[in-house]
Each structure stands twice: as structure tokens, then as C-alpha cells.
Design a protein around this ligand. Sequence first.
Ligand code: APR
Ligand code: ZN
Ligand code: ZN
Length: 370
Amino acid sequence: MTTVRAAVLRSPGTPPVIEEVELAAPRAGEIRVRIEAAGVCHSDYHYMTGDLRAPLPLVLGHEGAGIVEELGPGASGRIAIGDRVALLWRPRCGVCDACISGNPVLCERGAVQAATGGLPDGTSRLSLPGGGELHHLMGVSCFAEQVVVNENAAVVVPDGVPPEVAAVSACAVITGVGAVFNVVGKAQGQPLLIIGAGGVGLSSVMGAALSGAHPLIVVDVDQRKLDLARELGATHVIDARETDVVAEVLRLTAGRGVPWAIEAIGRPATLRQALDCTAPGGTLVAVGLGAADTEFPVPLNQLVQRQKRVIGSLYGSSNPLIELPRLFALYLAGKLPVDKLLGERMPLAEVAAAYEHLVAGAVGRGILVP
Ligand code: APR
Ligand code: ZN
Ligand code: ZN
């Protein structure tokens, strides 16, 4: 048992508080990691507001990277003590139907992890001093000095990839880039629309720029984020506060609309806007997470008479154990400028302020350092 400082969420609507919590030793197939950097992702905020629900109290944070300090019994050998690793928030048991059929993002252990607030086996390594229950968030809980995670929730980070780049790559980047690489697929010379230029949307911009999408149109309500989108390869940017998005996208595509639109916010209005921007036969890829009960109406005539499709993409629809090393290789080759996504660095103790900044529209991904 180790005592670590961690950001605890006790009930929705209250800010996270830094507390000392107990961390049990890794069990078989698990590892203990000292956190070096953790990303301030919007998804944690959904749990803070109660838009998304998980067993409470819990330790926040799901976008992290660190150094392996301890292996549980019977380790596979894929991860060694001293390795620098990025943490994955979807389990991969390797034996369920989803894992076997090549769709590990949907691993059945994910439901166990979510329902129990535990690791993939449904039990927690976290507890409050004195033995009170404490849950993990998404099997990671990296707003903490140290974590215990499943070995399959770790990917070795090569030399040259800084911890904050590794952390952000393991959530925002793989989600946004993966939506382009694995869902859109062949984007070269094709118009592509991305609505929302946060960490996830800007990652889609990087992936789309690398894939040669053209025109690459990005929409946001914040000029500073649109400037960053341009820097990352957007050919056209639209400020939705002053421009009619659908009319402008149609104008930029000779009246046809885009074959692919990615929505990286998770709101009904922007989902509908993205759908309205697609060409007949086009596809809306929903990437942003909203409140658990969010719905958006899809006009039947767009679906049937214009043969449009609406599909969802979780975690880049990827196999992160394979995809993340490829993204690190692209970063090291200078083709994926993840550094440009990074915003302010703050100590873990300032987690509440970091989320206030996110909500106020901070540009670039905030990074918490224990
Ligand atoms: N039109 C266009 N852009 C908008 C609008 C709007 N009506 N409203 C908000 N935005 C922009 C914000 O200005 C911001 O740049 O959407 C972006 C959202 O970015 P972040 O808050 O940084 O969120 P991010 O971490 O990228 O995640 C996006 O995916 O993983 C989920 O839970 C996550 O819902 C979140 C979404
Ligand atoms: Zn995230
Ligand atoms: Zn599985």
C-alpha cells in the first residue's frame, strides 16, 4: 500500500479536491506507474458536472503518461520497470468477442470497468485513508502522483517523445487522428469538415492535413483556436459566431457539401449542423462525447433520400496498442506536431483552476504535473 496525492471527485457539481489516498500494489497483469504528465481533457469535466456518471468518489484523470515502477506477479514481459508509458482508457482483455473480432475499443471489460469504477476486473486498487471506497475513472485515474493500471492499458513511449506529448497522444490525439485514419480512411483530395477545434478536433485537423484532405474546413467559436487550426493545416476556417456555417461550407464546396464531416464537441446543434453540411451520400462522424442522455434529431429525408450516414467513433476506432506506437513514430518523424496542441502547464494541486480555464476557453491542451 502506498499513499499518494490525487484529485478526488466526491459529488457532481463540486470541484475536485487534492487528497491523500491509498494505492494498493499491482495484482497479476497490472503495473504501478509514477505519473509525469496528465492532460486536461473535456471528458473529465462531464463527470465533474454530472453530465456523465460514474461510481463516486473517484480519482479523476484519464489522459496520462509516466514511468513504470512496479510490476504485478506474472508480468508478460511486454512492459518493464523503468519503461516510460502512455496510459489507455479502454481495456483490452484479448479474449472477448470484440477483442477477437478486431474491435478492441469495444472490449466487453469496458462495461465492467465503467459499471464498477474499477480496473477491468471490476475491483479497485484505490481507497480512502481508513479504508473508505474510492473508484478509478476509466481504468486510469491519472490526476495523481501514481496509478495502478492493467498492463494492457500501457503503451511504451519511445525516447524523444516528451511525457506531455505522450499523455495527450493517448486520448485526444488518437481519438481525433483515428477518426480520420480509421473511419474516413482515404481523405486525399477530398473535402473534410471538422466542427470543434479543442484537443480532439485539432487532432483530427492534424490527421486530415497529413492525409491530404482538401479543402480542410474547420469551425469553432473562438478565433484563437481557428488560428491554431490554420497552423495545423486547415485551409479554411469559419467562426460560427459570425458566419452561417452551412451556407459557407456549401459555398466552399461548389454547392455540394462535404463527403465527410467530423463533429468533435458532442452537442445536438453542432451535430445537426455537421449533418446539414454533408453532401448526398456523405457521412457524419460523431466523435465528441456529450451528456449521457444527449440526442439529436436526424431528418429522415437526409438519411433516406440523400443516403447520408451517421456513425460514431470512440477512441479513434483504433487498436490503441498498435496505433499509438505509430502515432509516436509520426510525431518523431515531424509529421504530427502534437507540441502545438499543448497549452499551459500547471501543478496537479491546481486541477480545479485548470478546468475553469478549459471552460473559459483556454487555447491548447492544459497539462497537469504532479
Ligand atoms: N460551434 C463550434 N465550435 C464550438 C461550439 C459551437 N457551437 N461550441 C463550442 N465549440 C468549440 C470550443 O470553442 C472548443 O474549441 O468546441 C471545442 C471543444 O473543445 P474542448 O473543450 O477542448 O474539448 P475536447 O477535449 O477537444 O473534447 C471534445 O470530445 O472527448 C470528448 O468529452 C469530450 O465532449 C468533449 C469532446
Ligand atoms: Zn480524454
Ligand atoms: Zn476484450
